[in-house]
Ligand binder design. Structure first.
Ligand SMILES: Cc1cc2nc3c(=O)[nH]c(=O)nc-3n(C[C@H](O)[C@H](O)[C@H](O)COP(=O)(O)OP(=O)(O)OC[C@H]3O[C@@H](n4cnc5c(N)ncnc54)[C@H](O)[C@@H]3O)c2cc1C
Ligand code: SF4
Length: 348
């Protein structure tokens, strides 16, 4: 039986590799970076929602299980440059020059963090104390704690601005990134826990702590941690030389509001992987309208792409949580396994 090619070693790809090896199927895992683990490891996330586990333990554990698995052949710092053939018999050429064969492929190439310089009026890139949620995650996971990058002081007032690079037609990003409301509520509670005297405000259009996250994150952050929520439309983030100034309109009372802060956090969204056009070219798969890898639309073909034998899972298909990326990785693994064993692909 030919191995299954998995491209991208984030939560989705690692889960696909684990699932395939669990049923005795060989696979080839190709990752462009020198480290496995995807965004949670590469971007240094702290405690994950909803499990509360540290990313380095939870996703790091997935990495160790795959790295120690003799059925998974790992190619780090590599890309797939050529991919040809038919289901059950694909030929693969890696950037290292290595030629391989695979029976099926799973694309788990994930997303790219929104770059806040594309929202210049909100101060990122101009004022050092305007940071992103990933930078705050790194402050926490590194153990250095929440500090203003400009001078290392503990902030007394922090604003978290939601939907930066999501739900914003002006900059061509209509989609909701799904997890950033919950992640921001979690970060707000972590800041309050570390710095009990610090006031934390969340500026929002809507709060989308969907499903069971409403109680654990939205209500808990207000009731237990005294995080304040302002429904607002933000105009700009400036500075008076001493403090950052967030200007906007409180959309509940329809009045302008101007509030000073020490630190402003952009809750950045999930863009399509910047490499998706070239990935689509190499693998001969279609992209959907926003540039994510298009997946089958019927329930029977959710993990399929437009090319038979090539499957897709996780944030490569659009904003996804880690839990859902892991579940999709397993579903795609099952479909790929069925294909290489010449049975009909199983519905996701
Ligand atoms: C600030 C922030 C915090 C978040 N916190 C949480 C949280 O607490 N809980 C939660 O459920 N979700 C969280 N998320 C979402 C989480 O990051 C995603 O759900 C998850 O990373 C998706 O996993 P994935 O494997 O699909 O993609 P990724 O994690 O993006 O992994 C994709 C992998 O593919 C590799 N790759 C990309 N292109 C290629 C290529 N051409 N060739 C080879 N390899 C390639 C990448 O290097 C990467 O290793 C957060 C998101 C953000 C923005
Ligand atoms: S999850 Fe929340 S912050 Fe993220 S895009 Fe959706 S509404 Fe905005």
């Amino acid at each position: 039986m030919k191995p299954v090619l998995i491209v991208g070693a984030g939560p989705a790809g690692l889960s696909a590799a684990q699932a395939l090896s669990a049923v005795g199927q060989r696979c080839i895992l190709v990752e462009k970076e020198a480290t496995l683990g995807g965004a949670p490891i590469l971007s240094g996330y702290a405690k994950l929602v909803p499990s509360g586990e540290w990313a380095k333990d939870a996703i790091g554990g997935m990495v160790s299980r795959v790295e120690g698995n003799s059925l998974v052949s790992i190619h780090k710092s590599s890309r797939v440059e050529e991919f040809s053939g038919a289901p059950g018999d694909f030929k693969v050429r890696l950037s290292s020059g290595k030629n391989l064969e695979a029976g099926a492929a799973i694309l788990t190439t994930g997303f790219t963090h929104f770059d806040s310089v594309n929202k210049p009026e909100w101060g990122f890139g101009t004022f050092p104390d305007v940071v992103t949620t990933t930078q705050v995650e790194q402050m926490i996971s590194s153990g250095k704690g929440i500090r203003c990058p400009s001078d290392g002081r503990k902030p007394q007032r922090v604003a978290i601005l939601l939907c930066v690079g999501s739900r914003d037609r002006q900059i061509g990003r209509e989609w909701c990134s799904k997890i950033c409301c919950t992640v921001s509520c979690n970060i707000a509670m972590e800041i309050r826990e570390e710095l009990p005297d610090c006031h934390v405000y969340i500026y929002y259009m809507d709060i989308r702590t969907y499903g069971l996250y409403e109680t654990k994150y939205y209500w808990q952050s207000q009731e237990e941690f005294k995080v304040k929520y302002i429904k607002a439309r933000i105009a700009e983030v400036t500075s008076n030389g001493e403090k950052l100034i967030v200007k906007g309109e409180d959309t509940l009372v329809k009045r302008p509001i101007t509030i000073p802060f020490d630190m402003v956090v952009h809750a950045i969204g999930m863009d399509p992987n910047v490499e998706n056009k070239s990935i689509a070219g190499v693998f001969g798969v279609k992209l959907q309208e926003h540039g994510h890898i298009a997946k089958g639309q019927s329930y029977a073909s959710l993990g399929e792409t437009s090319r038979p034998g090539v499957f897709v899972a996780g944030a490569a298909t659009g904003p996804e949580t880690i839990d859902d990326s892991i579940a999709q990785g397993k579903a795609a693994a099952m479909a790929a396994f069925a294909l290489v064993h010449q049975k009909a692909p199983v519905a996701a």
